[in-house]
Write a protein that binds this ligand. Structure first.
Ligand code: NAD
Ligand code: MG
Length: 394
């Protein structure tokens, strides 16, 4: 068995850390050959000391010298690079056969596309790239001939519940895909109760420990909206064959409903290492460091309908998906700007949905032509979102 050479893009983040934990448990199977992060040179250098990659990259060129200095001081001999282009080149280059796309936001698009085009095994956490450019990413995958295995827990669950991973749903007898949502930290609250939410409250997820952006997305239910769009592309599922159900215990990670009435689900403790280990070793199964599920101790599994009047982001994502074209890229860009502003304290929690809604209304969808046009539209949506932000909140 050849050792898989794994590029971990977003190595200093939450998914990056869980990935490196699984890799460290299986040195005979996996090696972290490339580690990339945004600008945390100290964090990245510490990972290099432990994992000894061939190449370490900071996206921010201003941090390259600091990274090089830290590595030299620690006696680590690995190549050092910086800039977004270096991340993209590494994703498609000879130092890896597997790419864990765990950069947060649209910043992950280029490297994700490059890995797909180069035929790498692509482990996709960076849902924003498929929300922005679903059709282009799938085309790149077909051209590259590699596989994509989702590590978003819901999509990984669906992948596991389908025969052969990503089959034609009609031929496989699938009636519906059912995504579970924890409901986030504010499940059950009314709009009036959400007026004064702080970033720290929004980031305190009851079940999952994650980066701040996805934590806010989980609190607004935009995360589930992005995941509906992700499921549509990954599994070629029509919009009306995707349902969302709130399941506060976060033990059932998603389900597939078949035409004969069978509903298959994947369960497990809420720990991303399960999905990551599944994707790294697929079709084999390996130990992930996750505690066995004690069903009797949990005692109950609850399910309820999502409240899309209070958590409007989920409804907005469904609407953007139905609108088609580049509407989901506009939704994603507006959401990234709004979440940044919320985290910076310049936008109230309920303002996130408002900004996304206004930008979607301001910029009617256009057909997706190519990546360049899409990136220009992403820019346009960000400008529009900042405009709304300045007019309405500053
Ligand atoms: P995080 O904020 O903890 O980590 C983000 C990582 O991306 C960091 O290593 C950061 O240095 C890097 N990064 C940011 N901007 C970059 C840039 N311009 N160039 C290169 N690197 C950059 O985020 P996270 O929670 O690990 O989430 C990462 C992605 O995985 C997101 O798209 C998120 O939606 C998805 N995801 C996360 C979880 C989870 O449990 N955390 C679950 C499912 C999906
Ligand atoms: Mg998820």
């Amino acid at each position: 068995m050849a050792t898989r050479q794994v590029a971990v893009l977003g190595a200093t983040g939450s998914i990056g850390g869980s990935t490196l934990d699984v890799i460290a448990r299986h040195p005979d199977r996996f090696r972290a050959s490339v580690l990339a992060a945004n600008r945390d040179s100290a964090g990245l250098a510490a990972l290099c000391v432990r994992f000894r990659p061939d190449l370490a990259i900071v996206a921010d060129p201003a941090m390259e010298a600091d990274l090089a200095r830290r590595l030299a001081a620690a006696g680590v001999r690995c190549e050092v690079a910086s800039g977004a282009d270096a991340v993209t080149a590494a994703a498609s280059g000879p130092l890896c056969d597997t790419v864990v796309a765990a950069i947060v936001g649209a910043a992950g698009l280029d490297s994700t596309l490059a890995a797909a085009r180069a035929g790498k095994r692509l482990l996709l956490a960076n849902k924003e790239s498929i929300v922005m450019a679903g059709a282009l990413l799938l085309q790149a995958l077909r051209e590259g001939g590699g596989d994509l295995i989702p590590i978003d827990s819901e999509h990984n669950a669906i992948f596991q519940c389908l025969p052969g991973g990503r089959p034609d749903l009609g031929r496989a007898g699938v009636r519906r895909i059912i995504l579970t949502a924890s409901g986030g930290p504010f499940r059950g609250r009314t709009r009036a109760e959400l007026g004064k939410i702080t970033p720290d409250e929004a980031c305190a997820h009851p079940k999952w420990s994650m980066g701040r952006k996805i934590s806010v997305d989980s609190a607004t239910l935009m995360n589930k909206g992005l995941e509906v769009i992700e499921a549509h592309h990954l599994f070629a599922a029509p919009v009306d064959a995707i349902d969302v159900v709130v399941h506060p215990q976060s033990l059932v990670h998603s389900l597939v409903d078949y035409v004969d009435g069978s509903v298959l689900a994947q369960l497990g403790n809420p720990d991303m290492r399960t999905a990551i280990a599944c994707a790294l070793a697929w079709p084999e199964r390996i130990e992930a460091g996750v505690a066995p599920l004690d069903l009797a101790a949990h005692a109950r599994l609850d399910f309820e309908k999502p409240d899309t009047d209070t958590f409007r982001c989920l409804a907005l994502a469904f609407a953007a998906l139905c609108e088609g074209g580049d509407a989901t890229a506009i939704l994603n860009a507006a959401n990234e700007v709004a979440v940044d502003a919320f985290l910076a304290g310049t936008l109230p929690f309920l303002g996130i949905a408002e900004i996304v809604e206004r930008v979607l209304a301001e910029l009617p969808a256009q057909p997706v032509v190519d990546v360049q046009t899409l990136v220009a539209r992403d820019d346009e949506a960000r400008r529009a979102a900042r405009g709304v932000l300045n007019r309405a909140y500053c």
